[in-house]
Design a protein around this ligand. Sequence first.
Ligand code: ZN
Length: 62
Amino acid sequence: MITCEEAARLISDSLDRKLPLRQRVALRMHLLMCKFCPTFRQQLILLRDAASRYREEAYTPP
Ligand SMILES: [Zn+2]
């Protein structure tokens, strides 16, 4: 079982690149058993989503 700290790192990594199967499985197990990390993951996804939208809008010419 990985720690929340490791899970947080894997969550963040998984948004940037495809994780190796072993890490994906470890993260999935952790997300099923932990009640904090799924929320953290959701927030991170929303945040990144908002950030990328903001960047797109900022760089769109008028
Ligand atoms: Zn956790």
